[in-house]
Design a protein around this ligand. Structure first.
Ligand code: MLT
Length: 312
């Protein structure tokens, strides 16, 4: 009887708006990617997806909130390489396990990471940036979106490779961090392509390199770290949706189908490609593929973080 009831509820789902927790401030990568995909999902599902920015502690505050939500499909979240992988190595007292406390719904986007400086930095290219940072690290501010975020983790690795310990300045998301970089309140950051593209087009920051094997089509003039002389710095991230553990399978499948439909839409695809995003396809779009990604990313980043040493 219980199964019959829950499957009937799942069949009607959704009958009211769905809250999507974004664990960072508005205007950052997680927020922008979520809005692009969720707008199309709303059309597929016939209900509004309402975004709730629940920022704090590098995304772990909002992720904990999502874990504790009722698993009925009416509260889901967008997680990413920070909240659902790096945070495991960065917080001894993390209130959730990304592997067991969520139902993976589907990947939204792959996001390349770039090395960025404020516009007035004297360094013209990555080699000069490396020399400048090594010579001035004690005076430099490295902005990031909180311990546990992608931007924190990306520059943790960069700073480790350079052997420097700049002052680390936390914000509630990469949107506010980027604003601080544009305003020269911080000297450098490691951000994903989403907020970088419009700033590079507007000439408001310096983009030294993209830390992926290939150049990004949305940023064709930005060299790869390998081209720019630092092949050892490789870092990219991803965004994905999750529901609290115990969300009924038919609801998970409906949400996954809505994600896949969004990723197949020409308008959505164009917006994503313009932001330098990789669009998951085929076997990469299943809930199972996301579960596998979370496990492999935790296994990949935990030793890197341990070797780099968490910085305050
Ligand atoms: C990060 O640095 O992890 C994120 O990009 C933060 C954000 O999405 O605002």
């Amino acid at each position: 009887v219980l199964f019959g009831l829950s499957s009937a509820i799942a069949q009607e789902y959704p009958t009211r708006p769905i809250t999507v927790i974004v664990p960072f401030a508005a205007g950052g990568t997680t927020d922008v990617v979520t809005r692009v995909v969720a707008e199309h999902m709303s059309r597929t599902l016939g209900q509004q997806l309402v975004i709730e920015n629940a920022s704090g502690a590098g995304g772990t505050t909002g992720t904990t909130k999502a874990k504790r939500a009722t698993p009925d499909g009416y509260t889901i979240m967008t997680g990413q390489m920070g909240t659902h992988a790096a945070a495991v190595g960065l917080y001894a007292n993390l209130q959730y396990d990304p592997r067991t406390d969520f139902e993976p719904l589907g990947q939204l986007a792959g996001t390349p990471i770039l090395v960025l400086g404020r516009k007035e930095l004297p360094a013209k290219d990555l080699k000069e940036f490396v020399a400048y940072v090594k010579a001035n690290a004690g005076k430099l501010n490295n902005g990031h979106a909180g311990v546990g975020s992608v931007s924190y983790t990306g520059c943790l690795l960069l700073n480790h490779l350079l052997g420097v310990k700049p002052a680390l300045i936390p914000f509630n998301g990469s949107g506010p961090t980027m604003n601080a970089l544009v305003a020269s309140q911080v000297d450098y950051m490691c951000d994903q392509s989403v907020n970088v593209v419009p700033q590079v087009q507007g000439g408001t920051i310096k983009a030294y390199a993209v830390a992926t094997p290939e150049r990004n089509p949305a940023l064709p003039d930005v060299p790869t770290t390998a081209e720019a002389g630092m092949p050892e710095f490789q870092a990219s991230a991803w965004n994905a949706m999750f529901a609290p553990k115990g969300t009924p399978r038919p609801i998970v499948e409906k949400l996954n189908a809505a994600i896949v439909a969004a990723l197949g839409d020409e308008g959505v695809r164009k917006r994503m490609l313009d932001l330098g995003l990789d669009i998951p396809s085929g076997s990469h779009t299943t809930p199972e593929a996301l579960g596998e990604l979370v496990r492999s990313e935790i296994d990949k980043w935990t030793p890197i973080i341990k070797a780099a040493g968490k910085q305050p």
